[in-house]
Write a protein of this length. Structure first.
Length: 384
């Protein structure tokens, strides 16, 4: 039961902020005087506390057993996640969301470093893929459940965080007891390779564009007169369907696409966002969100594996803390950056934001291919 338990830990953290996104329109209606950006921050507020708490989690691994940290983090996750529904002001709601971020921050890096602790080589890549796949599967269930619960009231979707109770039971009974990690003093001062920060920056960018689906879909469908909260939950869940498919076949895709796996993933996401900017058809919108999921289902596990391969396994917690915090910087800044661009352009429609994202991803792919061509040419010249 070790593999299912480790996977379940990540299932708790994935889409932790976006789980209640189908109810975003209802929450906005319940707090009519709140600024629209403030409403979107309900989804991204956890990211602000996730970022520092990933580093706190990394520090605590040298003081406390990882199993204990996970149990503490999951307990905070359940209390803050479910408790938010009992608030009556936007300020208190955001406060609970911040506390939720603290719990997620403690758990998030450990869900990945536990894989690094127990698995190596192709088995590690496979587990990263399975981890991402089943996390996406959990995302499908929670998003669809939240969409149906939103039909009851804006408060009901917060009950999806009760899944944390089941995961606490799994961790308590099936995650092996471990000892705090021992490092010598010189090792603690070791600087991470610069490439790790490059991968962290890439993760932040991918999350910034990916999370625009969760933060904007309910408003996108309302602006287009296509549907409401129930449909929003279904549409958003299709990103996780796509992610699950590519994550399950990650080893095969890596063997086939080799060094082009990352630019091709970004290209697929770019095409999908351009499609969202023009389409008014529900089937096409579902296909596009699924394509966005295809891309992220490949990119996040591949980036994690590449970053982890740069350091000794003893320092994997520091690497994942760095990459994970960058991911949540991207998540938190997603509505701020995209809404800021839209306001500067004087085009508040969500469709414009999706078009800009599609164009930016296309330019990124082009730059990656040019860089690959130039470095390849230099390598050939050096060998001559």
């Amino acid at each position: 039961m070790l593999k299912p338990t480790i996977i379940a830990i990540s299932m708790a953290t994935v889409m932790a902020g976006a789980a209640i996104s189908p109810a975003l329109g209802l929450i906005a209606a319940n707090f009519p005087d709140a600024d629209p950006v403030l409403i979107k921050l309900i989804l991204t507020a956890p990211s602000l506390f996730i970022i520092p708490f990933t580093f706190i989690s990394s520090y605590l691994t040298s003081k406390i057993a990882k199993r204990t940290i996970v149990l503490i983090g999951l307990s905070i996750y359940v209390i803050a996640g479910v408790g938010a529904q009992f608030t009556n002001t936007i300020e208190m709601l955001l406060a609970f969301r911040f506390v939720l971020g603290a719990g997620v921050g403690l758990v998030m890096p450990l869900g990945i470093t536990l894989i690094s602790d127990h698995f190596r080589g192709r088995e590690q890549v496979k587990m990263m893929g399975y981890n991402s796949a089943f996390s996406n599967f959990g995302g499908i269930l929670t998003m669809m459940l939240a969409g149906y619960l939103a039909a009851i009231s804006w408060r009901a979707p917060f009950n999806v965080y009760l899944m944390g109770v089941v995961i606490i039971i799994l961790v308590y009974f099936f995650l092996p007891k471990d000892q705090p990690m021992k490092r010598d003093r010189q090792a603690t001062k070791l600087k991470l390779p610069l490439a790790v920060f490059g991968y962290a920056l890439a993760s932040a960018g991918v999350m910034l564009v990916y999370y625009s689906v969760a933060t904007n879909m309910a408003l996108y469908l309302e602006q287009s007169n296509i549907g409401g909260a129930g449909l929003a939950g279904t549409v958003i869940s299709f990103t996780t369907v796509g992610g699950m498919v590519t994550s399950l076949t990650l080893i095969q895709l890596q063997d086939t696409l080799k060094s082009y796996i990352m630019p091709l993933s970004l290209l697929v996401m770019g095409i999908a966002f351009v499609g969202l900017s023009f389409s008014h058809s529900v089937p096409i919108i579902l296909a596009c969100t699924c394509m966005v999921g295809f891309g992220q289902g490949i990119l996040f596990p591949i980036i994690n594996v590449k970053a982890l391969n740069l350091v000794n396994p003893l320092y994997s917690d520091r690497v994942i803390a760095t990459v994970s915090s960058a991911i949540y910087v991207g998540q938190f800044s997603s509505p701020l950056v995209l809404d800021g661009i839209a306001r500067l352009a004087g085009l508040p429609a969500i469709r414009f934001q999706y078009f800009i994202i599609g164009g930016a991803l296309g330019v990124t792919v082009l730059l990656m291919l040019v860089y690959r061509f130039v470095t390849k040419e230099k390598t050939v010249e050096a060998q001559m």
